[in-house]
Design a protein around this ligand. Structure first.
Ligand code: XMP
Length: 317
């Protein structure tokens, strides 16, 4: 529509003015926000842009392959794949505090981007897909009221060498989706549920370990796959599994088990500032629960989160 076109024109004009003949590095996660930023920059500055996909080891099952395929195919933009799993996981070792995890992931992302920026001949700018609600929730507009520091807003290291550009900073999600569609990004990207920058690090309560990551990935993949098969995925704003790092007692055959419960979270929301838990059908939940406990070694119980935001948040950390 007219409004989308004018937002697009203005965003491109602002990028060109700000960047001049400088080079920009853009981290693409595969979500609609970062893909939209990349597509905007590509239109605005073409070859001055370098897009990288950082695998921080906190991604969902199959995600790296899917993003490289879907985004690159749809946009024609070349994505540089950076395997940074070891360095992120090393830095997260022993860390249990949620805000600390966000800070570490945010910092380490920037270090990776800085290295990449110098490799592509000295990029001056780092582009990010920060939206208006992220700005509000991180307290950037009212410092007194920080709920969670989103890693891409509050968590940037003080000594960062790159200047940040955030072309979506004044936009809401629906405006970003409209923008992305108008630039020809595919529905699989436009309607993908948001996934936080710190990834599975904030969906594992407590310490992040390779074992917990494996269990959470498998459980989450079953949940999302069943949602898609049942035609429910698009009716939800976000749906995912959480691993709480406590053990519960169960019984399998005639054996006592002592293993992880998995929490399923599914919400609907307009703006992510408030959210309803999704009324998923019991039969559906039963099927997912049965598959997870049968197929994922290390899980003996599945629970469904029936909390609204507020007072809960969408994520568990
Ligand atoms: P909450 O849990 O605060 O989440 O209700 C609201 C929305 O923000 C996402 N979220 C994050 N996104 N970095 C991000 O990029 C973060 O640290 C972060 N924390 C939460 C969350 O997935 C939901 O869409």
């Amino acid at each position: 529509g007219w409004n989308t076109q004018s937002i697009l024109d203005q965003a491109i004009r602002e990028i060109c003015e700000r960047v001049g003949d400088g080079r920009v590095v853009c981290g693409v996660s595969g979500g609609v926000d970062s893909c939209c930023v990349a597509a905007l920059l590509h239109r605005a500055i073409g070859k001055q842009l370098t897009c990288i996909f950082v695998d921080h080891g906190l991604l969902r099952k199959g995600e790296a392959e899917q993003v490289r395929r879907d985004f690159a195919e749809a946009s024609g933009i070349h994505l540089i794949y950076v395997d940074a799993q070891d360095r992120f996981l090393a830095r997260l070792k022993g860390v249990t505090d949620p805000e600390q995890k966000r800070k570490i992931v945010g910092e380490e992302f920037v270090r990776v981007f800085e290295e990449c920026a110098s490799e592509v001949g000295g990029a001056r700018f780092l582009a990010q897909g920060t939206l208006y609600p992220d700005v509000i929730e991180s307290g950037a507009s009212s410092k007194a009221h920080v709920i969670k520091t989103h890693h891409n807003v509050g968590g940037l290291p003080k000594d960062m060498q790159l200047e940040v550009i955030e072309p979506l900073r004044m936009l809401f999600k629906d405006e970003v989706r409209a923008l992305a569609l108008s630039m020809g990004l595919p529905e699989s990207i436009v309607w993908r549920h948001p996934f936080p920058g710190p990834g599975l690090a904030i969906r594992i309560i407590g310490e992040v370990t390779p074992e917990k990551l494996h269990i959470l990935r498998e459980a989450d993949a079953i949940f999302v796959e069943e949602l898609q098969k049942a035609g429910l995925y698009r009716t939800l704003s976000q749906a995912f599994a959480v691993l709480t790092s406590i053990y519960s007692v169960g019984v399998m055959g005639d054996q006592r088990t002592y293993a992880y419960p998995i929490v399923l979270r599914a919400v609907t929301t307009e703006d992510f500032m408030t959210a309803q838990w999704a009324r998923l059908p019991y039969e559906f939940l039963e099927k997912v629960s049965r598959r997870i406990v049968n197929e994922v070694v290390g899980v003996n119980r599945v629970v469904y989160d029936i909390s609204t935001k507020p007072p809960a948040t969408i994520e568990w950390e």
